[in-house]
Design a protein around this ligand. Sequence first.
Ligand SMILES: *Cc1c(COP(=O)(O)O)cnc(C)c1O
Length: 369
Amino acid sequence: MKRRIIQYRPSVGAEEYKSVGGCFEANWLTEGPKSDAFLEGLRDLMKVKHACFAPNGTLALYLALRAAKIGPGDEVIVPDFTFFGSASAVEMTGAVPVFCDIDRDTLQTTASHIERSITPKSRAIMPVHIYGAVGEMDAIADLARSRSLVIVEDAAQAVGVHFRDRHAGTFGELGCFSFFADKTITTGEGGLVVTNDDALYKSLRFLRNLGRVDRGSFVHPEMGYNFRITDMQAAIGLVQLSRLAEIAGKKQKILHHYRSRLGDVPQVRIIDPPVGSTHIPFRAAIYAERAADLTEFLGAENVETRSFFYPLHLQPAFAYLSDSRPMPSDAFANAVYAYENGICLPLYPGMPEDDVDYVCDKIGEFYGR
Ligand SMILES: *Cc1c(COP(=O)(O)O)cnc(C)c1O
């Protein structure tokens, strides 16, 4: 039987299972002691004053944008190269996502790419930290300050990742994270918003808890919705957080193995993080010559690959944006280049080293060495 190299497998086991059991023993299922402890751990990790949960990363972004009073008539600048949810969260507020290009080498957006997309309607910037590295947030924060723009960071893939000793998601007003099954630490589904701003935190609390602060009251001073999670999810997250260094170390080790095995294959290049950023690899993201053919070849050899993100300006769901505002065809040249030349190779915490060897052997075979 041919072996199968899967793209990703979350690292959850006996400890997480036992922790969920604790919720049954304590008979506490909604946000409670486990949620409080998980939040405290996350605030410590990120050195941030306030944090609250959301049901997932997309809704964390929506919640953050709403807390910043982004809505109809506003524009939010979003990198063209990101997960669809970054931009659909903007659309959900009634604001318009305006795309910007990225740096070809790091896949991150930069201040100069963002600046080209600023218009009089721009209210916020959403830097997205791609594939477990952080973009140049010092320059982006300077730009935001000088143009009076709010920063809502999409740090969904960047729990535990730092830029110049500062945790992802803490450079601007609001930072958002995801705990989806394939993110660095997971609760199955789950999201987080962090802020150092007391007023924004107050808005987040009202918005996420049906316009009130306390649970038991039926008086709702403000408009709000239900963005709560369960203590079972927090129970998993709490254990995952305690294992963050282990998970990060395992992922880094696998990327290192790919690097040493692919070092003498000139047709492929592993994407490096920007200078100043740490890296907890989301997958093994590479540029490869004849990427589409390699993808097909690896698929036939039972290696599950993923494409890079499909550029947002080409998404059928966002066609209405380019109809109303045509852009020059090279406006997103790097995002298009990345999509056409990039491949995500399998990488997950428990990935066997000989699976990495197998993938690298097949890549060597493809290029005919
Ligand atoms: C996963 C992800 C999201 C959305 O998070 P969900 O929890 O899946 O809703 C948003 N942006 C990026 C960059 C992501 O990787």
